[in-house]
Design a protein around this ligand. Structure first.
Ligand code: PMP
Length: 411
């Protein structure tokens, strides 16, 4: 595997892009030798600029749901692009798409569209505050809701005032949620929750129904809004909002990433109760009303409703999980696999209650060299385009990598 062209581009990028790259796709956050630049993708595969092929377990960090370059989705995108994309007003697709979401998602009575996940979470935040003119917002420790000044995980460029009205609580912990609600007093505007705990560097946790139900009750008691951030998990857990599986209806849900199988669109959905507040906030963007991504989203949602994409993703995720469990058992090593199997996080316990990130990075490097793109500390994504053969190739690559790592550590 050579990465010559990648190295050349990285050197050029260093000169004209701060740090050579930024945000979640900056490979400076990963192992040395991780390719930064890619040239093409199809189905479950991604090719870097040096033409190395990978089975891609990051799915563009979520946007890719049904496989890269899905012919039906892309045909709808291109067709609308040729007619009109960004115009002086939206196309009829915006109405069709809002109707589609309202019919698909039980809690939703209306929809607004935007471009990135952060747009949708920021709109949720503003709508919750506009709802009863209250300020305090509860966010779980370690949860990611985007990269605007109110939620970006790093402190640079952010003032204390930007974070003045946020109170943190521990996910799945009813007592800590109740304490945070008490701290907010009469000023509670809303509670943010992720569909499940999918924080980085830490095992994922499914939602405890008692926590989700208590969050609902507390919002009702305080006349505040319950916001579930579906941006990462949406359409990967259910064909409805993710908490429909545990019988809890949010007031607002923010969606992004996968809605148009890679084309840029995100959404805020809400219940009747939150509609007036959502109509009051002034939110917009030059590209938010563009027709092509909406046309692509309509086809994506049709495929979500009509195909077994979700069941296939779950079965591929289970196949991977079983394969890795078998390796762990046979080789007497501990592998932590957490979260829903279609959104796995794989880490190596260090025997002291933590995780051995060095092995995690080496494991991912070994897989890269064998044509598999894994992430050492962020949840991964199974795509509906993956096949049994892709998973079997991955499990074999994992076994070969671990054999090599064990040999080195024994030597
Ligand atoms: N919320 C969650 C749960 C996310 O995973 C992300 C993106 N990783 C966001 C919000 C922000 O989305 P975007 O990067 O599209 O702004």
């Amino acid at each position: 595997m050579t990465l010559e062209k990648d190295a050349e581009l990285k050197a050029r990028a260093e000169k004209v892009i701060p740090n050579g790259m930024y945000g979640h796709e900056w490979v400076g956050l990963l192992m040395p030798g991780t390719p930064q630049f890619f040239s093409r993708a199809k189905g479950a595969y991604l090719w870097d600029v040096d033409d190395n092929r990978y089975v891609d377990f990051m799915c563009a960090y979520g946007p890719q749901l049904l496989g890269y370059g899905h012919p039906e989705v892309d045909a709808a995108y291109i067709d609308q692009l040729q007619k009109m994309d960004v115009g002086t007003g939206p196309t009829a697709h915006i109405v069709e798409l809002a109707e589609k979401w309202v019919s698909m998602v039980d809690h939703a009575d209306w929809a607004m569209f935007c471009k990135n996940g952060t747009d949708a979470t920021t709109m949720a935040l503003m709508a919750a505050r506009a709802y009863r003119d209250k300020k305090k917002i509860l966010i779980a420790n370690g949860a990611y809701h985007g990269a605007s000044n109110w939620c970006t995980p790093f402190p640079h460029g952010v003032t204390d005032e930007d974070r003045a009205h946020f109170i943190s609580y521990t996910y799945n912990d009813v007592e800590s949620l109740e304490a945070a609600v008490a701290e907010a007093g009469d000023d509670l505007a809303g509670i943010f929750a992720s569909p499940f705990k999918h924080d980085v560097f830490t095992p994922q946790e499914l939602p405890d129904p008692a926590y989700a139900k208590r969050a609902r009750e507390l919002c009702d008691e305080k006349d505040a809004l319950l916001i579930v951030d579906e941006i990462r998990a949406g359409l990967r857990i259910a064909r409805d909002a993710s908490w429909s599986l545990i019988g809890v209806k949010p007031d607002l849900t923010s969606w992004g990433k996968s809605l148009a199988n890679g084309h840029p669109i995100s959404a805020l959905l809400g219940s009747e109760k939150a509609k007036e507040a959502a109509g009051k906030i002034y939110v917009t963007g030059s590209f938010w009303f563009a027709g092509a991504a909406m046309a692509a989203s309509l086809v994506t949602l049709k495929l979500v409703e009509e195909t077994d994409y979700l069941e296939r993703m779950i079965s591929m995720g289970d196949r991977l999980r079983d394969g890795l469990d078998e390796i762990a058992k046979r080789r007497s090593i501990e592998i932590s696999q957490s979260g829903p199997s279609q959104m796995p996080l794989i880490m190596f316990p260090d025997g002291k209650g933590g995780y051995d990130m060095d092995i995690g990075y080496k494991f991912c490097t070994g897989l890269l060299g064998r044509g598999v793109y894994f992430h050492p500390w962020h949840n991964m994504f199974i795509s509906a385009a993956m096949t049994d053969a892709d998973i079997d190739l991955t499990v074999q690559a994992a076994d070969d990598t671990l054999a090599e790592l064990l040999q080195v550590s024994a030597a």
